[in-house]
Write a protein of this length. Structure first.
Length: 56
């Protein structure tokens, strides 16, 4: 993927963070580990880092 594709991917993932937050709330209510938001945020940061690596 190129720089633009990775940045678009990061933007879309950022927009879906509220869904991950809701998933974590539901997981917590069920007594399960809540890690969806953390994994999602890490994925966004990986996309941004990869995009920046493409232009440097």
């Amino acid at each position: 993927m190129g720089f633009l594709n990775k940045m678009i991917s990061a933007a879309i993932k950022t927009g879906t963070i509220p869904i991950a937050i809701v998933k974590d709330i539901v997981s917590t209510a069920k007594g399960e580990e809540a890690n969806a938001t953390k994994k999602h945020s890490e994925s966004v940061m990986d996309d941004v880092k990869d995009a920046l690596d493409d232009i440097t």
